[in-house]
Design a protein around this ligand. Structure first.
Ligand code: ZN
Length: 167
C-alpha cells in the first residue's frame, strides 16, 4: 500500500513537471513570434529607406505600382518560393503562378493566408482589394476574382515587393 502511494505521488510529480515544461516552451515561442512581429512592424520609414532600393521603397512602403512588363518576375518561370522583399515571409509558390498577360507576376493562390492580409482600397475611383504582407505591412499588389481554377483568384503583385528563392 505504501509503495503504491509513493508510486502514485511520483507519477503526479513527473506529470506536473512535464506539463510545466511544455507550457514554458509554448509561452516562450509565442513571445518570440510576438517580439519578432513587433520588431518588424516597428521599423521606421528611415530604416526601410536604408534597407530597400528606391523602387522597392516606393512600392512596398508608399503603395506604388511598377510599370507593367518592367519588373523582374512578370515573365519568371523558375520553381521556387516568392518571399516578401522587406521581411522574407513566404508569400507565393511558383506552382500557383500563371501568365495573366498583364505584365505583373500573377498567382491564383497564396502559400498561407496567415501571411497575406487584405485591405479594401478605394483609391483611383475604384473599389479594389489591396494585398499586403501581414508580418510587415508591405504593399504587394491587389487581388481580383477573375483568376483561373481552382480558386478563381488573381493575385496581381509587383515584382519589387518580392524576392525569389529557387528550390
Ligand atoms: Zn513582409
Amino acid at each position: 500500500m505504501k509503495y503504491l502511494l509513493v508510486f502514485g505521488l511520483l507519477c503526479i510529480v513527473s506529470l506536473m513537471a512535464c506539463s510545466n515544461s511544455i507550457n514554458k516552451e509554448t509561452v516562450l515561442s509565442m513571445n518570440n513570434d510576438y517580439f519578432e512581429d513587433t520588431l518588424k512592424k516597428r521599423k521606421s520609414m528611415e530604416e526601410w529607406k536604408k534597407q530597400l532600393t528606391e523602387e522597392e521603397f516606393r512600392i512596398t512602403r508608399q503603395k506604388g505600382t511598377e510599370r507593367a512588363f518592367t519588373g523582374k518576375y512578370w515573365n519568371h518561370k523558375d520553381n521556387g518560393v516568392y518571399v516578401c522583399t522587406c521581411c522574407g515571409t513566404e508569400l507565393f509558390n511558383s506552382k500557383t503562378k500563371f501568365d495573366s498577360g498583364t505584365g505583373w507576376p500573377s498567382f491564383y493562390d497564396v502559400i498561407d493566408k496567415k501571411n497575406v492580409g487584405e485591405i479594401v482600397d478605394k483609391t483611383l475611383g475604384m473599389i479594389r482589394t489591396e494585398v499586403v504582407c501581414k508580418k510587415c505591412d508591405a504593399h504587394l499588389g491587389h487581388v481580383f476574382d477573375d483568376g483561373p481554377k481552382p480558386t478563381g483568384l488573381r493575385y496581381c503583385v509587383n515584382s519589387a515587393s518580392l524576392k525569389f528563392n529557387k528550390k
